[in-house]
Write a protein that binds this ligand. Structure first.
Ligand code: CA
Length: 227
């Protein structure tokens, strides 16, 4: 169970009801509104832990709502999009949503995304647990020994490179912008030179050799780990 409050912004009542049902079953408190202006007012009033925001809304659309929420704070946002073509814009620097789900989606998948984004939003989640073991493709990470293996071959990473790799593998399949990685892995609140991220990714890839292909570049968006 959780005490997180989620603001759901969706004008299609049947979708909203279904999502609300699944979130409530998982212990979340849900506030549902059907348009952008109500969403901004509710966000101000409720200070929710996360916003689920449909792109296509009557009046002010979800992209504009996202922009305005981002202008005033760092509240985690998951966008509901109708087209894959919107994804770059939604996750990119212009809007900076935390994640997206393409319609039609399964409510179970959305709840999984909500959990992942909320977990990510907790401070200090970049360091692996002491006994954490992660594996993706040929790459294995042992948190207790702070050891990385590609196949049977140990790989020497700096502390920061290790945390970057562990963070991406732990959150596999999720795309992170450079700014988000700086925030989560480096702990920087304010924007710094995002080339820091690129140079670390490049170095980790080189050191992993054949295992380096688990880190994918999404042009104009950021990075993710995937098999
Ligand atoms: Ca809609």
């Amino acid at each position: 169970m959780t005490d997180a409050t989620i603001l759901l912004v969706e004008d299609e009542q049947n979708i909203a009801s279904l999502v609300e049902l699944y979130l409530k079953n998982d212990g979340y408190t849900v506030e549902h509104v059907g348009n952008g202006l109500s969403a901004l007012a509710a966000a101000e009033r409720l200070k929710p832990s996360l916003v689920i925001l449909d792109v296509m809304l009557p009046g002010m659309d979800g992209l504009e709502v996202c922009r305005r929420l981002r202008a005033t704070g760092k509240i985690p946002i998951i966008m509901l999009t109708a087209r894959d073509g919107e994804v770059d814009r939604v996750l990119g620097l212009e809007l900076g949503a935390d994640d997206y789900v393409t319609k039609p989606f399964s409510p179970r998948e959305l709840v999984a995304r909500v959990k992942a984004v909320l977990r990510r939003a907790e401070p200090g989640d970049a360091s692996p647990e002491d006994d954490e073991r992660l594996a993706l493709g040929p790459v294995r990470i042992d948190g207790a020994r702070r050891e990385v293996l590609v196949g049977e071959q140990p790989v020497e990473l700096t502390a920061r490179e290790f945390e970057l790799l562990a963070f991406l593998v732990r959150n596999r399949g999720i795309v992170f912008s450079r700014d988000r990685l700086l925030e989560r892995v480096w702990g920087y609140e304010r924007p710094v030179d995002t080339r820091t991220v690129d140079s670390h990714v490049k170095s980790v890839r080189q050191k992993l050799g054949e295992g380096g292909s688990i880190i994918k570049t999404l042009r104009g968006v950021g990075y993710k780990a995937d098999a």
